[in-house]
Design a protein around this ligand. Structure first.
Ligand code: 4FV
Length: 246
C-alpha cells in the first residue's frame, strides 16, 4: 500500500510517522508514505495557497491551481489509486470501509484547510469524500492520519505476530470484551476467575457474552449490522430479558 498525503503542513504528518505501527510498517516496507507540500506548487512571492471566497463571506478557500499541480505531481502506482478528500461532507469512515480501502494499491489523501477547497478540484480530481465524524476540524491532516492508522492495521504483517485484527472491536460488528492483565488484584478489584481457569472454550464464550452485553448497553445500533450466530441471538434475548428485569 502506498499513501500520498497532500498538505500545507507536512511536518504535522511526518511527526506522527516517527513512531508506532506506521513507522514500523514503513521500516518493514509494508507501506510507503509520500508527503507532498501543497505550498511548493504555489505561485507568487507569498506562495499563497488560499484566497478570499467569491461571493464574499468569512474565511478563506484553498486555491485550485496549487492543489491541481500538487495532485498532478504525485506518482501513480498501478490502476488502483484513489484520490480521497477528507471533509465533514464525506461518506462516514468506519471499520468496513477501512477493510475495503486496505485492498487498494494507492490512497492519495487531500487535506483541506480553511473553509475547504475550490469546488472545481472536488469535481475534477476527487474520487471519494470521506468524513471521520460529524464535527469540524481545522484541517484534514488528523483525519488523514486516522485513516492511515486504521487502514494500515489491516494490511497483513503490519500488526506484529502476536496481534490479529480478528479480535478487534467492530470486527464482527460488536464492541470488544473487557481486557485484564497483571496484577490479579488491583485496588481490591479481582480479575474475573474464568480468565484464570485455562478453559479456553469457556473463556471464549464468556468474552462473547461480554461483547454482546457491552454492545447492547453502549451501542445497540451496531447490533443491526453485526454478524451474529444463533447462539448470539439467544444470548441477546436473554440479556434483553435480564435488562427488562424479567
Ligand atoms: C474533516 C472531518 C474535517 C473541514 C474544513 C478541514 C476540515 C477544513 N475531515 N472528517 N470531520 N475537515 O473536519 O474529515 O478544510
Amino acid at each position: 500500500m502506498r499513501y500520498d498525503v497532500l498538505t500545507i503542513f507536512p511536518e504535522m504528518i511526518r511527526g506522527y510517522l516517527d513512531e508506532g505501527i506506521l513507522a514500523r510498517a514503513v521500516k518493514r516496507n509494508l507501506i510507503k508514505i509520500g508527503i507532498t507540500d501543497i505550498r511548493a506548487f504555489a505561485k507568487g512571492t507569498h506562495k499563497n495557497t488560499d484566497d478570499r471566497p467569491f461571493g464574499g463571506g468569512d474565511g478563506m478557500v484553498m486555491m485550485p491551481d496549487p492543489l491541481y499541480q500538487a495532485l498532478d505531481s504525485v506518482p501513480r502506482v498501478g490502476e488502483e489509486s484513489l484520490v480521497l478528500l477528507l471533509t465533514p461532507q464525506g461518506e462516514r469512515f468506519d471499520q468496513a470501509m477501512a477493510w475495503e480501502l486496505s485492498t487498494r494499491e494507492q490512497l492519495i489523501l487531500l487535506c483541506g484547510r480553511y473553509e475547504g477547497i475550490d469546488e472545481r478540484i472536488r469535481k475534477l480530481c476527487v474520487d471519494r469524500e470521506l468524513s471521520i465524524g460529524d464535527y469540524v476540524l481545522s484541517g484534514g491532516e488528523l483525519a488523514a492520519l486516522v485513516l492511515m492508522d486504521a487502514v494500515s492495521r489491516l494490511i497483513p504483517g503490519v500488526l506484529g505476530g502476536d496481534k490479529s485484527t480478528q479480535e478487534d472491536s467492530f470486527e464482527d460488528g460488536l464492541l470488544e470484551y473487557p481486557q485484564y492483565t497483571r496484577p490479579r488484584v488491583f485496588m481490591g478489584e479481582e480479575v474475573p476467575a474464568i480468565l484464570l481457569s485455562g478453559d479456553h472454550e469457556k473463556i471464549r464464550r464468556w468474552r462473547r457474552v461480554q461483547s454482546l452485553k457491552r454492545t447492547l448497553d453502549k451501542r445497540p445500533d451496531l447490533l443491526e449490522k453485526a454478524r451474529l450466530t444463533p447462539q448470539d441471538m439467544a444470548m441477546l434475548e436473554e440479556l434483553k430479558g435480564n435488562a427488562d428485569g424479567n
